[in-house]
Design a protein around this ligand. Structure first.
Ligand code: HEC
Length: 114
């Protein structure tokens, strides 16, 4: 019996440790996820720095994320543009999960704080 309780304690402890690690690691990971999505799917038009100065960005008229008129748009407006598309901006509703869209919006915001 004591042996079983000991095992239970070990399981409980490792469970709690796993949860604690998850809480610590998740914010850092999601920042990385937004960056990964952006570099893989968005930078071809919007540019690594978000200024849209790539050939595809110029051809489609992508605007600089950090310009005053784009920066003042809310996260919700950006999310709608990413999910539903807008003019030459493709819709990503079938290509990205809600969490990925949220991460990538946060990543774009972080580009303009530099
Ligand atoms: C084919 C080129 C292209 C790709 C790829 C692309 N975009 Fe865009 N994006 C545009 C264009 C062009 C606009 C401007 C749309 C408009 O308002 O006419 C835009 C607008 C936006 C906006 C709104 C800001 C604004 O200028 O109005 C956000 C946010 C955005 N894109 C994010 C993304 C994200 C995130 C990805 C990758 C998942 C992505 N874009 C991929 C071309 C692109």
């Amino acid at each position: 019996m004591t042996k079983r309780i000991g095992l239970l304690n070990v399981l409980l402890f490792s469970g709690a440790a796993t949860v604690a690690m998850f809480l610590l690691v998740t914010p850092a990971m999601s920042q990385g996820a937004g960056e990964k999505v952006y570099k893989a799917k968005c930078a071809s038009c919007h540019g690594a720095d978000g200024a849209g100065a790539t050939p595809a960005g110029k051809a489609t008229k992508a605007r600089d994320f950090c310009s005053d008129e784009v920066k003042k748009e809310t996260d919700e407006e950006w999310t709608t543009t990413i999910v539903k598309g807008k003019n030459k901006m493709p819709a990503y509703d079938k290509k990205l999960t809600d969490a990925e869209v949220k991460d990538v919006v946060a990543y774009i915001r972080s580009l303009c704080k530099k």
